[in-house]
Design a protein around this ligand. Structure first.
Ligand code: SAH
Length: 213
């Protein structure tokens, strides 16, 4: 898939828009400037790939708005080599942004159709998550825990205790909580048993569903 000067130009404009909307972490902005978002979309959406919009990616799911990706990535405070667990691989775009930030990404998707489709995109672009797993995100990845941070990219009806238990002490979990809309929530593991919580306004996600299919 080509990534020409038109795509690159549009990407720079998108990154400028993210800055105007308040995203300050330069590493997030640099990563978004590198990831060819158009490759993660079906070709019919190609010309819209660099607008601040969500799009269908098949199996009734959507790729998150660029602003949502930027906002969640900033809240995670990812450092190079951090172990990051992502719930809801979807198109793979958010995962690619985290990889460009130097994270080791462990990512789970519950829809087999999407899982396979995104696997091909990762290969095409040579993005290599540390683990890419077809399964139920409510279980997390106990065998690879603990993580420096966890990002949930689907709307959670509640905060899953299992995932909190897979955070390092000092680790951060960013999760949209509630029905439509969700409240963006940051939880920090202060000690083995204590978590602090901060909220950041309303966002809209597809639901965090049980099981896999
Ligand atoms: N991070 C994605 C966002 C995709 S939308 C991106 O950048 O495109 C959210 C995704 O969460 C969907 O693909 C949906 O299938 C997935 N999802 C929902 N419930 C899940 C669960 N229990 N485990 C893993 N993935 C889940």
């Amino acid at each position: 898939m080509k990534d020409d000067f038109i795509h690159k130009g549009k990407r720079r404009q998108l990154v400028e828009l993210m800055r105007e909307k308040g995203i300050k972490d330069q590493r997030v902005l640099d990563a978004m400037n590198k990831v060819p978002r158009h490759v993660f979309l079906d070709s019919s959406f190609l010309e819209h790939a660099y607008q601040n919009k969500a799009f269908p990616i098949g199996a009734d799911q959507t790729i998150s708005h660029p602003y949502t990706v930027a906002f969640q990535s900033e809240l995670l405070q990812v450092k190079p080599n951090d172990k990051v667990l992502e719930i809801g691989t979807g198109s793979g775009y958010q995962c690619a942004v985290l990889l460009e930030m130097g994270a080791q990404v462990y990512t789970i998707e519950r829809q087999n159709e999407l899982y396979k489709k995104t696997n091909l995109i990762f290969r095409k672009l040579n993005y290599r998550p540390k683990r890419y797993f077809f399964g139920d995100g409510y279980k997390g990845m106990p065998e690879d825990a603990p993580f420096d941070s966890i990002i949930v990219t689907c709307g959670a009806p509640y905060i899953p205790q299992t995932l909190l238990g897979q955070l390092k002490i000092g680790g951060r979990m960013v999760i949209p909580v509630g029905d439509d809309p969700q409240i963006m929530t940051l939880l920090i593991r202060e000690s083995a048993t204590q978590f602090s919580k901060e909220t950041f306004g309303e966002f809209r996600f597809v639901p965090f569903l049980d099981g896999k299919q």
